[in-house]
Design a protein around this ligand. Sequence first.
Ligand code: 13P
Ligand code: SF4
Length: 322
Amino acid sequence: MNASPSVEVLQRDPAWLIEEIRRLKAERGAILLAHYYQDGDIQDLADFVGDSLELARAAQRANSKVIVFCGVRFMAEVASILNPEAEVLIPSLEAGCSLEDSCQPEDFRRWREEHPGAVSVTYINCSAAVKALSDVIVTSSSAEKILRQLPEDRPILFAPDRHLGAYLQRKTGRDLILWPGTCVVHEQFSLEALAGLRLEHPRALVVAHPECPEGLLAQADFVGSTSAILGFVVASPDDEFLIATEPGIIHQMEKKASGKRFIPIPGGSGECACNVCPFMKKNTLTNLWECLRDGRPTLRLPEELRLAALKPLERMLEMASR
Ligand code: 13P
Ligand code: SF4
């Protein structure tokens, strides 16, 4: 006689977890927001998938009691800053970011003090405490537009991603004082592996995120935020692409442009999985289910910090939509 599967066995079954997540999401009246770097299963469960700017806007306009944020912690923090009415849940509080880690608030405060009179433009990949010390926040999709609106006669501090900062210097001609942070994923795409892939796929276009170093960006046919890269490959008449960003985005590429071929560029020596963001992948179907079941971990900031971080974020949203 066949015994029915135990609860422990069911909890390891993706189909069971997906069903339960759907049920609990409805029961809690929750909206699920996901970044493109999440696993495909999580993206498919989401009510909205987007880049960091689109996710911030989606969180701000959400009118549900609960937002479950499948991305990294700073993104969930932004959701709770912009929508204090909602309870914000994140499956794993360990979902950090190397850029956030590189820029501690006390060091950042000292850096600002060393440059009195400078405008501080800070990439959204940082803590709420660093946001609170900044004049305006930017994302990869809004940075160029926002920089072009700043007065010509003021020096600009740009933190924490030095590759994105250097890319923006080249694009806008503005001289930026750069914080030395990098993204552990985009820093590592292998130029050697790219050269090999180009030989195998001579017609393929290279698409890259601006967090990549200059050497890689110099080889790209298109540079943009995750959403911009997705839009480019979907609209392009070409049908083969080498991808220099986290491979989670290939899930949406294959859904939106199913006849085309998307080849991830490896990181490091080409033999590791270091083009995969270890922080984004802290969220899994299992901890997403547990998070909806238990209503935690939640993300809530002290009100004083929230209000201080809100100002430069609102400035970003306003300048990005001019
Ligand atoms: P996007 O704004 O392009 O989504 O970038 C977020 C990110 O963390 C890239 O590494
Ligand atoms: Fe941070 Fe890089 Fe991961 Fe994006 S891909 S969340 S910048 S570590």
